[in-house]
Design a protein around this ligand. Structure first.
Ligand code: MSP
Length: 512
């Protein structure tokens, strides 16, 4: 996996980001940072989805042109991602002129090949979902999600999605890791048991003008999802002859992974692969659907329910890195999970303040006190217990790596936390604060073990908590971590400077 291309969904600019939308991006950022640490060549894309009725209406409401509205909101997304320390390589905007031109090339080509054809459409349209529903799909006259629909009859252009149904089923069956997790794969296969209809990919300008014009019929714009999904390929050069080499490297020969919420699985696991098949382009390697961040009533945190948490407020409450840690550690990727102040406080206090923070302050305080702030010597261990702990420490990195490659960041973190737990226990039993008075070298050897484990744990947790872990590593004299250092024992030299650590993770107190 040398070229790893990871994407988040591109977000609608009908609203500012909140903790629910940030969840996709933070998880993807953590995965991207891990892959960089493994030594993979990574491209991480996020961006904004700027066309369509939802956005047009949001702009109208504010009395702005759609473009002015998009520019403002897209900048707001970039600003929030900056504050959440999201290290993306590409911020994609669907209003970028090169994207519009590439989408039009692709539409023209598919039309010429007969993959797109005109027909009369009759159905139920939901503005908020930007999606058509058939009569059968409606529940009590509303979308399955309970939103309003309106009846529409009009000429439109259709993509021959049905033609690829069989090929798609075969691809999913042959590639068990294509749609993940497993339950989502089964859901998609279940959906594909029903005949697949062709996909309406145009909207009459009379009803909606904010979109990419259909090149072969000026009265229409492209359906927003068709244009939006193409961001993934266009960002790395599809439809742009001058970028053919880049496209081959990152898409055709690379490892492509889309992360998205389970609410947009059908768009990614059915529309998108069939579009790619029609274009004769390789399918992504993984489509990973994560679950939802839930509100107090155990429902999806969403603006329409008025239950969103603001990212700035949450950062203010707990700090940025602990917030990132909580989201990635507490909610197993793929499952839904509640977010509440008391849950955050309890997780952060136990794992970060008590476990990691305590080990760091104990170790650095004792090295300061008994060894003048210099790393003690590390004699060859002569006891089994110590040898086992060292073995464990150097074999944690491969466990973390395989958990990350398996999209289980929570399990990856847990390996590190368990190691830290055992190291705290080890120090408690060895009590170097007592033994230093009678056996300074022995106490030094014990502290050296804790120091090296802090170095390894700090490196292994840096993708989740980049700032805090670089502060931790700086106090123990490490300014750069290579992956190979994390499976190596004894990187810290005797006499290397060790500073007394400032408290990295103050305990979180809940307001009374
Ligand atoms: N614009 C489309 C995606 C196009 S991708 C080619 C879209 N945008 S969105 O802004 O509505 O949602 C983007 C992502 O945010 C989705 O993956 C969605 O699941 C995620 N989330 C929004 N609220 C969420 C939670 N409460 N919890 C977790 N993720 C949530 O759909």
């Amino acid at each position: 996996m040398s070229h790893f291309y990871l994407t988040t969904p591109i977000y609608y600019v009908n609203d500012k980001p909140h903790l629910g939308t940030a969840y996709s991006t933070i998880n993807a950022d953590v995965l991207a940072r891990y892959h960089r640490l493994f030594g993979d060549t990574v491209k991480f894309l996020t961006g904004t989805d700027e066309h369509g009725q939802k956005v047009q209406q949001a702009a109208e409401k504010r009395g702005l042109t759609p473009q002015a509205h998009c520019d403002e909101l897209s900048a707001a997304f970039q600003e929030v991602w900056r504050r959440l320390n999201i290290d993306y390589d590409i911020f994609f905007r669907t209003t970028a002129p090169f994207h519009k031109a590439a989408v039009q090339n692709i539409l023209q080509e598919l039309f010429a090949k007969g993959e797109i054809y005109p027909d009369t459409y009759e159905g139920w349209y939901c503005v908020s979902d930007e999606t058509f529903y058939t009569e059968k799909e409606l529940v009590n006259g509303k979308t399955p999600g309970g939103k309003d629909v309106t009846k529409v009859t009009e000429k439109n252009y259709f993509f021959r999605m049905s033609k690829y149904q069989k090929a798609l089923i075969e691809h999913i069956e042959k590639n068990p890791g294509f749609i993940r997790p497993e339950n989502r794969r089964n859901e998609v296969l279940g959906f594909l048991r029903q005949p697949l209809a062709d996909l309406c990919i145009s909207r009459p300008k009379a009803r909606l003008s904010w979109g990419i014009e259909i090149p072969f019929d000026k009265d229409y714009v492209n359906y927003v999802w068709f244009d939006a999904l193409l961001n993934y390929t266009n960002a790395v050069g599809l439809g742009q002859p001058a970028r053919a080499t880049e496209f081959k490297e990152w898409w055709s020969d690379g490892y492509v992974c889309h992360m998205l919420g389970k609410d947009i699985l059908v768009h990614h696991a059915i529309y998108w692969p069939t579009m790619l098949m029609a274009m004769g382009v390789k399918l992504p390697d993984v489509i990973f659907a994560h679950g939802w961040v839930l509100n107090r009533d155990n429902e999806k945190m969403s603006k329409s329910k008025g239950s969103v948490m603001n990212t700035d407020e949450m950062v203010k409450f707990v700090g940025l890195d602990p917030l990132r840690y909580f989201l990635v550690r507490e909610i197993h990727l793929g499952n839904d999970g509640p977010v509440a102040h008391e849950l955050i406080a309890s997780r952060v206090n136990s794992d970060l303040a008590n476990n990691l923070g305590n080990l760091l302050s104990r170790t650095t305080n004792l090295i300061d006190k008994f060894f003048g702030g210099k790393a003690p010597a590390s004699p060859t261990p002569n006891d089994d217990r110590v040898r086992r702990l060292i073995d464990r420490a150097v074999s944690t990195a491969p466990l973390v790596r395989s958990a990350i490659e398996d999209f289980q960041p929570s399990a990856a973190i847990d390996h590190v936390i368990q190691l830290l737990n055992d190291t705290n226990k080890f120090l408690e039993e060895k009590a170097p604060w007592k033994t230093a008075k009678t056996d300074l070298a022995g106490a030094g050897a014990d502290l050296y073990i804790a120091l090296e484990i802090l170095r390894i744990a700090g490196g292994l947790l840096s993708p989740v908590m980049p700032e805090k872990m670089s502060a931790l590593l700086a106090t123990i004299g490490i300014d750069e971590t290579r992956w190979s250092d994390l499976t190596t024992w004894g990187v810290i030299a005797k006499g290397a400077p060790v500073r007394k650590a400032e408290p990295l993770f103050p305990r979180i107190e809940l307001p009374p």
